[in-house]
Design a protein around this ligand. Structure first.
Ligand code: AMP
Length: 209
């Protein structure tokens, strides 16, 4: 697609400084208590930390918190605790690698413990979309390659930015969510079908979560 922005030295070095801000989509997940408390509390603190972490980044919108089943696992004593998931949009003049570093710093602050791939985690932050950037580097892939298979990303994202498009497919998040739903029966591994729970609290950004 001709409109794609491509990987470059400028992007690698975060040399976007001083340019006009871009919008990005961040996904948050937690299913273990962290330094900051239970998973819901952890997500809210993570959003607050994200908003505060740089003068060059502002959180614009936050979804509800969704309750989701762990991928490929039973829930309960033999399996994993249920996940809390949400997404947030940010506006930033940080480069994509700087934003990823900020997310990783917040994960560290929450003392993320990750013993197994797809195992329980105190806090997982993924960069889903960064403007229209398409990138495949060793440390950062954009758009996030598994986002379109994850209703725990697409569901919350459709609450706040259903019309954002993936630069790779040209489809909106709403269209991707519909496709995922239509194909659900064909993907046994997508046993993580989600249930939204809005708990009625109001977060620091004045939105219902
Ligand atoms: P995970 O713990 O499964 O979230 O994976 C984290 C690793 O994925 C880190 O080493 C990142 O460098 C890498 N990674 C690649 N693309 C992304 C992305 N879009 N968002 C977050 N992490 C990413």
């Amino acid at each position: 697609m001709s409109g794609w922005k491509e990987s470059s030295e400028a992007v690698e070095s975060g040399a976007d400084d001083g340019l006009s801000p871009v919008s990005a989509l961040v996904a948050l997940g937690s299913n273990l208590a962290s330094e900051w408390g239970a998973p819901d509390e952890t997500l809210l603190r993570a959003v607050e930390r994200l908003d505060a972490i740089s003068e060059r980044l502002t959180v614009r919108a936050v979804s509800s918190i969704w309750r989701t089943l762990p991928v490929g696992e039973s829930v309960g004593p033999a399996g994993q605790p249920i996940f809390a998931n949400a997404v947030a949009t940010v506006e930033t003049t940080l480069g994509p690698f700087e934003l990823l570093a900020a997310l990783q710093e917040i994960e560290r602050e929450a003392r993320r413990v990750r013993k197994v791939f797809w195992g329980p985690r105190t806090l997982d932050l993924d960069l889903i979309l960064f403007d229209e950037l398409v990138l495949a580097s060793p440390t950062l892939t954009l758009p996030h390659p598994r986002a379109v298979w994850r209703d725990f990303v697409l569901g919350p994202a459709c609450e706040i930015v259903p019309d954002w498009r993936l630069p790779t497919t040209g489809l909106t998040l709403r269209e991707h969510r519909r496709l995922l739903g239509e194909n659900f029966a064909n993907f046994e591994s997508t046993a993580f079908w989600t249930q939204v729970v809005a708990n009625g609290d109001v977060n620091a950004f004045g939105q219902n979560v």
